[in-house]
Design a protein around this ligand. Sequence first.
Ligand SMILES: *[C@@H]1O[C@H](CO)[C@@H](O)[C@H](O)[C@H]1NC(C)=O
Length: 168
Amino acid sequence: MEAKGVVVITLVLSLAAAAGAARPKETTMGLTRRGLASEPMTHLHFYFNDKVSKPSPTSLYVMDDALTEGPEPESQPVGRAQGMYMSTGLAKLGLLQVMNLVFTHGPYNGSVVTVLGRNGPFGNVREMPVIGGTGTFRFSRGYAQLKTHTLDLKKNDAIVEYNVYIMH
Ligand SMILES: *[C@@H]1O[C@H](CO)[C@@H](O)[C@H](O)[C@H]1NC(C)=O
């Protein structure tokens, strides 16, 4: 009986201690949350011009594909997608894609975003992780969503819409 009383008192005391500690804890969490909120979030939108056909293919598993503002290949250039993709799915088509999005125009000229992930090219919307970056995009993390805009099955050329969301 007496032992039980001690346990109850101890419990009440520890609850009181927890309540007392609640305020400073909240403040710390508030600061952490504010810290995260102040981290810039950038949304990039562009089109990836994967040209496999002749003349002047820019992609044969290793790519240096143009990134453009619009889906038309002659629209304003944004940068280049430099990297490679390999078929790594045995049962179902899946690519391991690793590339640097090298910005050559506009406010991000000179900065790079590095993407590495799985691309199932016939999926509706595919997602790949952003694993880092340089320049403006140092400490980057985020994701890229890809949607095929046009696919020429004769030439195997594709225009792919990219939406990239980055915290940095
Ligand atoms: C991008 O930056 C490079 C290096 O600073 C510069 O030579 C080039 O003119 C810039 N390109 C554009 C389109 O501003």
